[in-house]
Design a protein around this ligand. Structure first.
Ligand code: FEO
Length: 395
């Protein structure tokens, strides 16, 4: 990727990872980017680096603008290795004693990642840094999404360098919201559902804080995907909506199946929901990905989970999805469980326990069918779907 000028003297010098398809368990079918930003002022500043294996590419991109040795300081907005992995290589190249500005928590993390010998400059929340014609300021954003996370803001340019927030895993030469258009929103939604949902209350507080501070934001530069220069308000508003978790009149029916009996139940439940006017999507877990499932869960009012009973327990893929979902703490959902079984039939009870632990409002004790669902069983499934639909409508 060639460097792209975002505003006078500010460039994205990051890299495109065209081939990544699994980002620590999140399916990245469009690849990703690791954005890093170069500011040319009296001081030359690099904001964030990239994954270790892309460090030389980052240095080559910087060299298209300025001799990397002229970089005066590095800002580490976030220490996760997709943004800090290249730090030591970059510092080795530009001069190992150059200062690295980071949050206090970032300092702790960087020491644990890279050792004590770097010139760390931990900053306070709100601290300003004069770099010539610009003053940069730092905004701590703890747990959005790591303890060290912070934003850097350039008042002069009204640009917010937002670390992981407002990002998307989207590889492409088209680098701005006005170029990609609405096609970027499903990627932004998936990113929120899988990276930030857990911290939704903090997102709401942060947006409130930014509004109270009267921070004018003309451009948002995240560390992944496209840059929001046409309408940064669009992604901020979307974050507020997703964080509120009010949900749409929609149900997700997520299941796995051994001999298609649980699948028949899933499809009949979805039919019952659809008959009552509720959008319902049966998702076979092994035909999907847990991160896709979470994206659907984000704006669904009901999550209906089905599993056969295997060895007195849940089907393993169902356990995987429930564990993952529980970690991301979706709120304000209706829950329901179903499944086919042969002789012991524990799965429905186990699903109920997991969904109750997530504080979902459960629709009775769930629906069990022994072996292959008969016509009347499928009729009961449709009826169950209709009852879930009524609960959604009443919510
Ligand atoms: Fe893109 Fe939290 O790293």
């Amino acid at each position: 990727m060639k460097p792209v000028e975002i505003s006078k003297g500010i460039y994205n010098v990051g890299v495109i990872d065209w081939n990544i398809r699994d980002f620590h368990g999140y399916s990245t079918e469009r690849g990703s980017t690791y954005n890093a930003y170069l500011i040319i002022d009296e001081k030359v500043v690099l904001i964030d680096t990239v994954k270790k294996e892309f460090a030389d590419q980052l240095l080559a991109n910087i060299a298209e603008i300025v001799d990397p040795g002229k970089i005066d300081l590095v800002i580490s907005n976030h220490t996760e290795m997709d943004h800090s992995g290249g730090l030591r290589r970059v510092l080795h190249y530009i001069g190992g004693s150059k200062p690295v500005y980071c949050s206090k928590m970032g300092h702790k993390n960087l020491v644990q990642h890279f050792g004590q010998d770097l010139n760390y400059q931990p900053v306070e929340n709100g601290q300003a840094l004069d770099i010539g014609s610009r003053t940069l300021s730092f905004l701590e954003t703890r747990m959005l999404h790591w303890p060290d996370s912070m934003f850097t803001y350039s008042q002069t340019d009204r640009i917010l360098f937002s670390s992981d927030a407002f990002g998307q895993h989207y590889a492409g030469h088209e680098m701005f919201d006005d170029v990609v258009g609405d096609a970027i929103m499903p990627h932004a939604k998936k990113y929120f559902a899988n990276i930030l949902l857990l911290y939704a209350p903090k997102v709401l507080k942060l947006v409130e804080q930014i509004t109270e501070m009267g921070l004018e934001i003309k451009v948002i530069c995240p560390d992944h995907g496209i840059i929001w220069r046409k309408d940064p308000g669009k992604i901020i508003n979307a974050y507020v909506e997703w964080s509120r978790q009010e949900g749409a009149n929609k149900a997700v029916v997520v299941y796995d199946t051994m001999w298609k009996s649980t699948q028949l139940m899933a499809e009949a439940i979805a039919d019952g929901l659809a008959e009552t006017g509720i959008a319902a999507k049966p998702i076979h877990i092994r035909s999907s990905d847990r991160s896709e499932i979470m994206t659907e869960v984000l704006d669904a009012k009901a999550v209906v989970v089905g599993s056969p009973t295997l060895n007195n327990g849940l089907f393993p893929t169902v356990s995987d999805v429930l564990t993952y979902m529980k970690g991301l703490r979706p709120k304000n959902k209706i829950g329901a469980a179903f499944g086919s079984y042969g002789w012991s039939g524990e799965a429905v009870k186990l699903i109920n326990a997991e969904l109750e632990a997530m504080k979902f409002d459960m629709i009775d004790g769930g629906l069990k069918v022994q072996y292959v669902p008969a016509k009347e069983d499928l009729s009961a499934c449709r009826d169950y779907g209709r009852r879930i639909a009524q609960a959604i409508i009443g919510k």
